[in-house]
Every structure is written in structure tokens, then in C-alpha cells.
Ligand binder design. Structure first.
Ligand SMILES: C[S@@+](CC[C@H](N)C(=O)[O-])C[C@H]1O[C@@H](n2cnc3c(N)ncnc32)[C@H](O)[C@@H]1O
Length: 430
């Protein structure tokens, strides 16, 4: 008989001593890997449910993929499907062979390392609990490579988990790194009782030849629609699946609060504004006007949605899709508060030049100060770990490095993630 059905709902019983042969998707591309692992997990669940005593043979891209079934194989045959190197994994489906897998429903025992990670998450949960409650925060960093073997950052966005894997040093074999990442998923699943669909995994990589610039790649394409999260009673749209960044930079929360503290009845200019979260904070604090500038159509539209979601739609809220460098050349207006949070590096076809925060901030800020009211305040932050402020700026303006005061309890472990400066015009004496 032939039947079409979903593996997860398959109740078809297989007789003892049968042979189950299958060729599931390989997931050879990294972004397909997690989905393929899930299929192997479902296959394992079905075999354990319906095929006890049978033999199973499945083709997989590597042994780790085969292990995602949670059934130990007694034989692997290495072979090629065209150019593609694959493994035929052969198992006997008996309880003695059932093993640990992050991708099966039947979660089994954690390894010693996994237990340590789980304990650390519990400790961090306890440490952050009262602060999160008091501040009404549902998006935060839960774990930041606290244990060297589990070299990931784990952020929470409501019920979702956003896992960013820091690239492993070359001394760690890729299989070991993969196994540890699987364990992270397993620990999160077990401790928080969530499914793999609620865990989004991304990898951070250093770009070739430009080792200070970090790039990320999406490892698991979670099928999550954009959703709303709350911070300080305000609504923000986040998207965990589609982009490398989520729409809300968690480490810059203190800078958003700072903008709000100074924005009442003032005009705010928000440059390199991304999804406009600082503009939302300013508007909520009673800013007289906000001007949100970003080069990207996607992000300007997103910023507008964030403002609208919080009820800020009036004609005193301006959205400008333009290269900030170009915009500054033409600007003649003055602002009371300027929030400047540029990327470390940016290059795009629509830009005539490229932006390098270390090289370009001095001249840019000097020019931008012409757009700041005589009594105004500029809040300048960036995410270059080894950033050094141009010394000339401190000679021309009043500059205060307040980086030390801009780390919330969830970023105490990573106090190099950003720098923050307050910049004002020097007071004329006499
Ligand atoms: C907010 S910054 C990055 C924030 C954070 N400091 C970081 O480094 O990850 C990124 C934003 O700058 C925008 N951007 C990059 N170059 C730009 C330019 N020349 N003019 C305007 N916006 C730009 C991008 O579209 C993006 O929304």
C-alpha cells in the first residue's frame, strides 16, 4: 500500500524484524540543517513509537545528523551521492540503543556539560528575575558565553529564544562545535519546555580580512512571523527569522532610556536609526518632534510601524530614508537632542562612500555638532569593541565617556559590547 502522511502523525506500526529504509532531506546547506535535524528527530520519534524491534537504515549528510534520531547506529557506511559525501546509518530500534538528541520529543538525559549549562541558566534566571519584573522587560540577554565550552549568547524575546553562536576557534573541530550547539538546544528545550520551533539559531562570523567586523549568518530559518514585544511599556516589532538582527538591540536599552530622559518637550534627531526604537522612547517621553533617518527602506518603514504602534503618527514625527552622510551635508535645522548610533562599518550601492566608525566618526561628529542647539545634547554610541574616541573632539567639545553607566544587569558580563559618550558644546565663559 502507498500512503501520504506527515511523519510526526504517522501511527503505522512496523512488525518486529522488518527493515525500514529511508532517504530524508540532507540539509546540506547550513540554513536548512536545523530543519533537516528536526525531520531526523521526528523519524527517531516515529521509529521509537512504532518500530520497536525493527532495523532502520537512513541516509544522512553526516553521522551527527543520523544521531539526531536519538537512536545509536551500530554501523555507518560512508558513500557518495554524486559529489555529495553521505553516511548510511544502520540501527536496531531497541531501547538499549536510545540516546540523547535535541531533536526528538523523547528528550533523554543531559550530559555533565549540559547539566552545568542548565544550572547556569537557572542561576542567571534567579539573578535577573526581580530586575526583569520591576522594569517590565521581556527581551533580555540570558546567557553570554558564561561557560567557555558553550560559546553562545542566548537572548529571550518573550517566549522565543534567540541563540547566537560565536564562531569556534580553529582548535575546536566542527563536529564538537555542532554537538555543543545541539546540546544548547536540548538544554533550552528541557529547561523551558519549549519546542525547537521556538529557538532561532544564528552564527556570528568574522569577515575575511576585516577581522573587526562581525557578520552573522542564519543557521535555523525559524518560521516565526514578526511579533510584538514590550519594553518600558512600549511596543516594538521584532523579527527573529528573517534577518540577522531582530529589530531591537538589547544592549542599547540604557541608551534608549537616556534619550527618553532628555527628550521631554525637545526636538530629537535619530541618525542611523534602524527600527526607530529611540524615537519611540523620545516620543513617549513627550518630545516636541522626532526626526528618524536611515538609509534602508525596510528599516524606515519598520521605524514608522513602531511609532504608529505606540500612537505616534502626527506631522511632528519625520521619517527620512537617506544616507546620513548625504543628509548631513544638506541639513540646516538645529536639534535639542541627537542620538547617533552608527554601525561599525557600512557599505552599500546607494552610498557614495563607505562608513568606518573608527575612521570617520571624528569628522562626522564635528560637522554634526553644527546641527545641535547651543544647549543641546548628543548621545553617541557604537559597538566597536576597541573603539577610541578622536582626541580632537574632546578639545573642541565637552565630552563625557559614560560607557560604564550603560550596562544593564543582563550585560554585566560583556562590558565591551558598546561605548557611549555625551557630547555638548563648550560653554562660553564671560
Ligand atoms: C543602528 S546601526 C547599528 C547599530 C549598532 N550600533 C550596531 O553596530 O550593530 C545600523 C543601521 O544603520 C543604517 N545605516 C548604515 N549606513 C548608513 C548610512 N550611511 N546612512 C544611513 N543609515 C545607514 C542601517 O540601515 C541600519 O539600520
Amino acid at each position: 500500500t502507498l500512503k501520504k502522511m506527515d511523519l510526526a502523525n504517522n501511527q503505522h506500526q512496523v512488525a518486529e524484524n522488518s527493515l525500514v529504509v529511508t532517504n530524508p532531506p540532507y540539509g546540506e546547506r547550513l540554513d536548512e540543517r536545523i530543519q533537516a535535524l528536526q525531520v531526523f528527530g521526528e523519524l527517531g520519534d516515529w521509529l521509537k513509537r512504532c518500530a520497536i524491534g525493527a532495523k532502520a537504515a537512513y541516509l544522512a549528510i553526516d553521522k551527527d545528523m543520523g544521531r539526531a534520531t536519538g537512536i545509536r547506529s551500530d554501523k555507518f557506511y560512508h558513500m557518495f551521492n554524486g559529489q555529495l559525501s553521505i553516511e548510511l546509518c544502520c540501527s536496531k530500534v531497541i531501547p538499549e540503543n536510545f540516546s540523547q538528541s535535541a531533536y526528538t520529543q523523547s528528550v533523554t538525559e543531559l550530559s555533565t556539560g549540559g547539566r552545568e549549562l542548565s544550572n547556569r541558566l537557572a542561576k542567571n534566571d534567579r539573578k535577573l528575575k526581580s530586575w526583569l519584573k520591576k522594569e517590565g522587560i521581556e527581551c533580555y540577554r540570558l546567557y553570554d558565553a558564561d561557560l567557555p565550552e558553550y560559546n553562545v549568547a542566548i537572548d529571550r524575546y518573550g517566549r522565543y529564544f534567540h541563540v547566537q553562536e560565536y564562531a569556534a576557534p580553529r582548535t575546536i573541530p566542527p563536529q564538537t562545535a555542532r554537538k555543543r550547539l545541539d546540546e544548547v538546544v536540548l538544554v533550552i528545550r528541557e529547561r523551558y519546555q519549549v519546542s525547537v520551533e521556538e529557538i532561532c539559531i544564528k552564527r556570528r562570523r568574522k569577515q575575511k580580512n576585516e577581522d573587526q567586523y562581525q557578520k552573522q549568518e542564519l543557521l535555523s530559518a525559524v518560521d516565526v512571523e514578526p511579533f510584538t514585544v514590550y519594553e518600558s511599556g512600549l511596543r516594538f516589532e521584532v523579527d527573529l527569522g528573517k534577518y540577522v538582527d531582530t529589530g531591537l538591540f538589547l544592549d542599547s536599552r540604557p541608551m534608549r532610556r537616556l534619550v527618553a530622559q532628555h527628550a521631554a518637550k525637545k526636538s530629537l534627531l535619530n541618525l542611523f536609526a534602524y527600527t526607530g526604537t529611540a524615537s519611540v522612547y523620545a516620543a513617549a517621553a513627550g518630545a516636541a518632534s522626532t526626526t528618524t533617518v536611515d538609509m534602508s527602506n525596510t528599516y524606515i518603514a519598520w521605524a514608522e510601524r513602531n511609532m504608529k504602534a505606540n500612537g505616534f503618527t502626527g506631522s511632528n514625527h519625520h521619517f527620512i530614508q537617506q544616507d546620513c552622510i548625504q543628509w548631513l551635508m544638506d541639513n540646516t535645522l538645529k536639534y535639542d537632542v541627537i542620538f547617533l548610533d552608527p554601525p561599525t562599518f557600512s557599505n552599500s550601492k546607494s552610498m557614495e562612500t563607505h562608513w568606518d566608525v573608527q575612521e570617520d566618526h571624528g569628522i562626522f561628529i564635528e560637522k554634526l555638532m553644527e546641527s545641535l542647539d547651543q544647549d543641546g545634547l548628543m548621545i553617541f554610541s557604537n559597538n566597536l569593541r576597541k573603539f577610541k574616541l578622536d582626541e580632537e573632539l574632546a578639545e573642541i567639545f565637552d565630552v563625557e565617556n559614560i560607557s560604564d553607566k550603560t550596562f544593564d544587569p543582563d550585560f554585566q558580563r560583556n562590558r565591551h559590547i558598546h561605548h557611549c559618550f555625551l557630547i555638548r558644546h563648550k560653554k562660553v565663559v564671560g
